[in-house]
Design a protein around this ligand. Structure first.
Ligand code: HEM
Length: 454
């Protein structure tokens, strides 16, 4: 069975209709031919964007000259009240300094320290699931938020502040217009933005809660009682070039992005992977076998011994990349496959289209985790697979998210068998991440073979 894909729009529509479609859903607003195009230029009298699927051009933008293709202010505009000067939005020297302080906490060796917290969150999710039909998306958000709080601040989602951030964040999302809209249709600055006041109010409340967490942690560090989690590691990190640390305000910005980028994305990935497994029972049984072996005696080092689960997660990130599009801006005239860009043009790199590019992938719309062991799969992994982006601005949490995905799948599938629900085919839609238009409904049935964790 082919995994669901939104219907593409007809090739020719008016700009007005395109904008309307766009507001409804960025994915189905795009024409079918973008799946085989190397580049598409979108031009109006006011702005110009290039959607780029050419692997050499993508390499230039993300890897070879990333500093000359910064993130645009317009993309950050809607997010700034929540994220301030977070590493996700900054550019140039500020961004470089922030990555120097953050990256060491996420390195492989230190990632191992987060494993017990990930496992505890996974185990709690397994206990919350009950037999029968459920929409898995809310649970996926719940467990990934739990992972973030446990690994960052050593607190579970049941903690007063953690729960309040989680709840407030749901309100924030409802008030936040589609993230990437501005890349295609940059609105004039004077145009009123939807829900602006509500978004700002919600962002202020989330930040006040995070400020409380950061300030408690700074006191604990001063008293020598702080746990050695991600927050402590980042707050104690010193910039090797200047010797400086993060100040409280800047740390709040970073915690806000870890929460935003780190839980919505992982939740989207978990939901789609479970759906793909539900609709491919033979693959699910292979994953469940690895899962049971792993959960019988869970250990961080054994994560690398779950090749099938990893390939399944990878394949799910290919078909449903949680971040469907990356947006950059030109700072000078650029040769774009024979056309010349201006300054300030938008460059849209679309993992959604790149991962299904018909001229690059064998059978691009099929769910085939074994492709990663083929020559085509290995080649595309190098040049056309960007769930976490690539180059110096690659996702800070890529290793973390891969470990988390495998741990969550192992815990759930060792205990539960998932099956699709008649008439409930989830349709991908891009909001902050690629989610289903109407939830991901699955039937949960307990597996008779069980395991215990000491
Ligand atoms: C499956 C899960 C995840 C996916 C698919 C994902 C994907 C991405 C992508 C595509 C970007 C680049 C965005 C751009 O350049 O426009 C990004 C950036 C980022 N991600 Fe993730 N992410 C995931 C999980 C996480 C986690 C768990 C964390 C942290 C705990 C995290 C933290 C960040 C940060 C801080 C950035 C900004 C990096 C920079 O601009 O230098 N992400 N992520």
């Amino acid at each position: 069975m082919m995994p669901p894909k939104p219907p593409a729009r007809p090739d020719k529509v008016s700009l007005w209709r395109y904008m309307r479609l766009f507001r409804e859903d960025i994915l189905s607003a795009q024409p079918e031919r973008l799946y085989r195009a190397w580049m598409a230029e979108f031009r109006t009298p006011f702005f110009r964007s290039f959607m780029v699927n050419d692997t050499a051009l993508i390499r230039r933008v993300l890897k070879e000259r990333p500093m000359e293709f910064p993130k645009s202010d317009r993309i950050g505009e809607g997010l700034r009240p929540l994220l301030g000067q977070s590493v996700f939005l900054t550019n140039g020297d500020t961004w470089l300094r922030q990555r120097r302080l953050i990256d060491p906490a996420f390195e492989g060796g230190r990632l191992r320290d987060t494993f017990p917290a990930m496992l505890a969150a996974a185990q709690n999710a397994v206990d919350r699931i009950t037999e029968g039909v459920h929409d898995i998306e809310p649970e996926a958000s719940h467990v990934t938020a739990d992972v973030i709080f446990r690994t960052l601040f050593s607190i579970p989602i049941e903690d007063r502040i953690a729960r309040a951030v989680f709840e407030e964040f749901r309100i924030y999302q409802r008030t936040q217009p589609i993230l990437n809209l501005a890349a295609f249709i940059p609105l004039p600055r004077w145009m009123p933005r939807l829900h602006r006041r509500a978004t700002k109010r919600s962002a202020r409340r989330i930040r006040a809660l995070i400020e409380e967490l950061v300030s408690q942690r700074q006191s604990a560090i001063a008293e020598g009682t702080a746990p050695d989690d991600l927050a402590t590691k980042i707050l104690l990190a010193r910039d090797p070039e200047t010797g400086e640390r993060f100040e409280a305000g800047e740390m709040v910005d970073q915690v806000a992005i870890f929460f935003l980028a780190g839980h919505e994305t992982s939740a989207a990935a978990l939901g789609w992977t479970l759906y793909l497994l539900a609709t491919h029972p033979d693959v699910q049984e292979k994953v469940a076998k690895e899962a049971r072996d792993f959960m019988a005696d869970p250990d961080f080092r054994k994560l690398s011994r779950m090749p099938h689960t990893r390939d399944v997660f990878r394949e799910s990130l290919r078909l449903y990349p949680p971040v469907p599009m990356l947006v950059r801006e030109t700072t000078q005239a650029e040769d774009m496959r024979g056309r010349t860009s201006g300054i300030g043009d938008q460059i849209v790199i679309s993992p959604w289209h790149l991962h299904r590019q018909t001229r690059l992938w064998d059978n691009p719309d099929a769910f085939d985790p074994d492709r990663w062991q083929t020559e085509n799969g290995r080649a595309r992994m190098r040049d056309a697979y960007l769930p976490f982006s690539t180059g110096p601005r690659v996702c800070t949490g890529a290793g973390f998210a891969m470990a988390e995905g495998v741990v969550l799948l192992a815990a759930i599938l060792a205990s539960w068998r998932v099956a699709p629900v008649d008439g409930r085919i989830p349709m991908p839609q891009a909001h902050l991440t690629v989610r289903s238009a109407d939830g991901i409904w699955l039937n949960f049935e307990p597996r008779s073979e069980s395991y215990t964790i000491e």
